[in-house]
Design a protein around this ligand. Structure first.
Ligand SMILES: Cc1cc2nc3c(=O)[nH]c(=O)nc-3n(C[C@H](O)[C@H](O)[C@H](O)COP(=O)(O)OP(=O)(O)OC[C@H]3O[C@@H](n4cnc5c(N)ncnc54)[C@H](O)[C@@H]3O)c2cc1C
Length: 378
C-alpha cells in the first residue's frame, strides 16, 4: 500500500484516502489472483483485470487527469501485480491522446466504454525502424475523398490482439518528418487492419505486432489536426512518465517487503540474516533509493496537477531514476532471498522479469538522460 507520509507535501487530503483505498483494493482483489504463467493466460487475465478496474471505478483518475492519483494507483498495482499495473497504464496511454486532442464526438463515443473497462485501448507508435526516434515512422496515411488509407506495420505494441481501440501514429507527409505525423483512432474490426502476431515476453504482458494493409478509416478518425500527432503522442508520454516511475516504486516496495520478511525469518551461521551488516546495507540502500524515487515521482506529478504545461525534465528524472532504482532493488531482493529467489513461482522472480521492461518502454533511460541534459544545456 503506498505510504503517503513521505510524499504528503505533494498530495491533497483526498489523495491520502485514495491511496488507502487503492492499496486495499490491490491487496484484496489483485494480489490474490493467480500468476499468469503463459501468454494466452496473460491475455485472458488482462481483460479480466480491466473489467475489474473499470467495474470498480478504479480507472477514474485517468479521466479526471489527476496525475497524483494515477501514480498512487500504479504504485499500489505495481506492488500487487505488474500485469495489473500494465493494464491500468495502457488504458491511460490509449486514453490520454483522446482526452488531450479528441473532438467532442470522439470523446462522447469512446470515453464512457473505456472508463467502464468495456473497451480496451492500445497505443501504437513503435515500428521496427522507429523506436527511440519516432520521427522515423514509416506507416503512411494517405488522404482521399472518403478519408485516409493506412499502410505499414507496428511492433512491440502492448495489448496488441486484445485491445478494441488502437491509437495509431502514421505519417500523412513523410517529407515533413515528425511534423508530418498524425494520430488516428482505429477500432479492432476495421477492414485492412490485423493483429500480426504475439511477441512473447519473459513476464506476463500482452505484446505484439500490427499490420495495416489498405486500412481505410474515415476523416473523423483523426485525433487533433493533421501533422499534430507527434506532439499529441509526446504530450501523452510526458504526462504519463511519472506513472511509470510510480509503478517502479511499487515494484521496489514489494521487493523490499519480500526481503525484509525473508531476512528476519531465515537463519544462517546461527542467527537471522537480518543481523548481518552486509545484508543491512542492501536493505538501507533500497529504502533510501526508494524514498528518493518517490519524492521525484510525486514532485513531477504535483507540478503537472498544479497546471505546469510541460514537466519534460521532471518526468524524465523521475522515470529514469525510479526504474533504475527498482531494477537494483529487485536484484538485491533476489540476492537476499538466495536460491529460492530464482525459482519461477517466487514473487521476486516475477518482479525480476517484470521490472526490466520499465527501463525501456515509454523512452529508455538513455533517452531520459538526453532530455535532462538538453534541458540543462538549452
Ligand atoms: C514491454 C514493452 C512494452 C511496449 N509497449 C509499447 C506500446 O504499447 N506502444 C508503443 O508504441 N511502443 C511500445 N514499446 C516499445 C518501446 O517504446 C520501445 O522499445 C522503446 O521506445 C525503445 O525503442 P527500441 O526498442 O526500438 O530501441 P532503440 O531505439 O533501437 O534503442 C536501443 C538502445 O539504443 C539506445 N539509444 C537510442 N538512441 C540513442 C541516443 N540518441 N543516444 C544514446 N542511446 C541511444 C537506447 O537507449 C537503447 O539502449 C514497448 C516496449 C516494451 C519492452
Amino acid at each position: 500500500m503506498p505510504d503517503t507520509r513521505l510524499i504528503r507535501a505533494f498530495l491533497e487530503p483526498r489523495h491520502a484516502a485514495f491511496a488507502g483505498q487503492a492499496g486495499e483494493f490491490a491487496e484484496r482483489e489483485i494480489a490474490s489472483r493467480p500468476h499468469a504463467g503463459d501468454d494466452t493466460t496473460a491475455r485472458r487475465e488482462a481483460r479480466a483485470i480491466l473489467a475489474k478496474l473499470g467495474g470498480g471505478g478504479w480507472l477514474r483518475p485517468i479521466f479526471d487527469l489527476d496525475l497524483r492519483a494515477c501514480c498512487l494507483m500504479r504504485e499500489a498495482l505495481g506492488e500487487a501485480s505488474p500485469l495489473a499495473d500494465a493494464v491500468f497504464a495502457l488504458q491511460g496511454l490509449g486514453t490520454t491522446p483522446i482526452l488531450l486532442g479528441g473532438s467532442a464526438e470522439q470523446k462522447e463515443r469512446w470515453l464512457g466504454p473505456i472508463a467502464a473497462g468495456e473497451v480496451m485501448t492500445a497505443f501504437a507508435m513503435t515500428e521496427s525502424e522507429a523506436g527511440s526516434d519516432v520521427s522515423g515512422i514509416a506507416t503512411t496515411a494517405r488522404r482521399d475523398e472518403q478519408g485516409y488509407v493506412l499502410n505499414g506495420a507496428k511492433t512491440l505494441i502492448s495489448n496488441a490482439g486484445i485491445a478494441d481501440l488502437y491509437v495509431v501514429f502514421a505519417s500523412t507527409d513523410r517529407s515533413k518528418g515528425s511534423k508530418g505525423i498524425s494520430c488516428f483512432l482505429v477500432p479492432r474490426d476495421t477492414p485492412g487492419f490485423r493483429f500480426a502476431g504475439a511477441q512473447v515476453m519473459s513476464a506476463p504482458h500482452p505484446l505484439g505486432e500490427l499490420a495495416f494493409e489498405g486500412c481505410r478509416v474515415p476523416a473523423d478518425a483523426m485525433l487533433g489536426a493533421e501533422g499534430r500527432g507527434y506532439g499529441l503522442g509526446l504530450a501523452a508520454l510526458d504526462r504519463l512518465r511519472p506513472t511509470v516511475a510510480a509503478a517502479a516504486c511499487g515494484m521496489a516496495a514489494r521487493a523490499l517487503a519480500e526481503s525484509l520478511a525473508h531476512v528476519k525469518r531465515r537463519h544462517q551461521f546461527g542467527k537471522p540474516l537480518a543481523h548481518f551488516q552486509l545484508v543491512q546495507q542492501k536493505l538501507a540502500r533500497t529504502a533510501t533509493d526508494l524514498a528518493a524515487a518517490r519524492l521525484l515521482t510525486y514532485r513531477a506529478a504535483y507540478e503537472k496537477d498544479q497546471g505546469q504545461e510541460r514537466i519534460t525534465a521532471e518526468a524524465a528524472m523521475a522515470k529514469s531514476f525510479a526504474t533504475e532504482m527498482a531494477q537494483r532493488a529487485v536484484d538485491d531482493a533476489v540476492q537476499l532471498i538466495g536460491g529460492r529467489g530464482v525459482l519461477a513461482d517466487h514473487p521476486v522472480d516475477h518482479l525480476y522479469r517484470a521490472v526490466r521492461a520499465l527501463r525501456i518502454y515509454e523512452g529508455t533511460t538513455e533517452i531520459q538522460q538526453l532530455i535532462i541534459a538538453g534541458d540543462l544545456l538549452k
